[in-house]
Design a protein around this ligand. Structure first.
Ligand code: NAP
Length: 237
């Protein structure tokens, strides 16, 4: 049961990896968390785990590439909560397998952009009405990557890197468009994290990968908006 004054967060792709850890850390801080998952069974496992630990968690079916799924999730959300304080666009895919841009597969690029760029845009658009009802001021956090930083861009994973550069641009666009509505919009590079995507040799734990995202969601000044963050520091685009 969500209590009065409880802060509410929705995390996309929260059935595993960094998203699951963000949900756990926010629940631990007293947030009611909505576990966005395209596979309801996997999402339910996480929400049940959190509920058993005494936290407030609800699973919501949400495929960020499917406009109908997003709309339905928005309707389901409004039956359970009367506002949203934090939206975290965490769901993402990395399908590059070592090919350079010279051989980039157009269909793979299309899938990557749909999940990593179009998805967050559609989710923000549909959930905006709930964020606008946040009394503390809404917060949107887009989980980007160092691979999307133009300053350090190499030839690594072109489709993924291009999608994260575009997600950074999406962040700036929404930050500008929502500046007058007290809704902060930021993006985060979590570092190289040990998940299915990052692999077992990555240098960071999920706890560390989620840290700056959770800080932006719960503790950072509301006035911080339109920025790219890594380890709680603003970094170059
Ligand atoms: P992960 O373990 O592969 O988890 C990705 C999550 O996104 C899963 O829950 C996955 O759901 C979900 N997802 C994928 N496509 C989706 C869709 N269409 N709709 C809804 N959910 C979808 O990856 P991760 O490492 O935790 O990555 C989380 C975020 O961090 C991503 O945006 C990633 O780009 C970013 N990131 C990761 C690293 C790293 O080193 N791990 C570094 C920089 C940035 P399923 O289980 O159904 O596939």
């Amino acid at each position: 049961m969500i209590t009065n004054n409880q802060r509410i967060a929705l995390i996309t792709g929260a059935n595993k990896g960094i998203g699951k850890e963000i949900a756990r850390q926010l629940a631990e801080r007293g947030f009611a968390v909505f576990i966005g998952s395209r596979d309801m069974a996997k999402g339910r496992e996480v929400s049940e785990e959190l509920c058993q630990a005494g936290y407030e968690a609800t699973c919501i079916q949400l495929d960020v590439t499917d406009p109908v799924s997003i709309r339905t999730a928005c309707g389901t959300f409004s039956q359970k909560a009367d506002h949203l304080d934090v939206l975290i666009n965490n769901a993402g895919i990395l399908e590059d397998h070592g090919e350079t841009i010279l051989k980039l597969n157009a269909e793979m690029l299309d899938r990557t952009l749909k999940a990593n760029v179009n998805g967050p845009i559609m989710v923000i658009q549909d959930f905006l009405e709930h964020l606008q009802k946040s009394e503390s001021g809404g917060r949107i956090i887009n989980v980007s990557s160092g691979a999307g930083a133009l300053t350090d861009m190499t030839t690594y994973a072109p489709a993924y890197s291009i999608s994260k550069t575009a997600l950074n641009a999406v962040t700036k666009q929404f930050a500008g468009a929502l500046a007058e509505q007290n809704i902060a919009v930021n993006c985060v590079d979590p570092g190289w994290v040990r998940t299915d995507m990052g692999g077992p040799n990555a240098s960071r734990s999920v706890e560390k990968g989620a840290e700056t995202i959770v800080w932006l969601a719960a503790d950072a000044p509301q006035s911080e908006t339109g920025k790219f963050w890594h380890d709680k520091q603003e970094v170059d685009w």
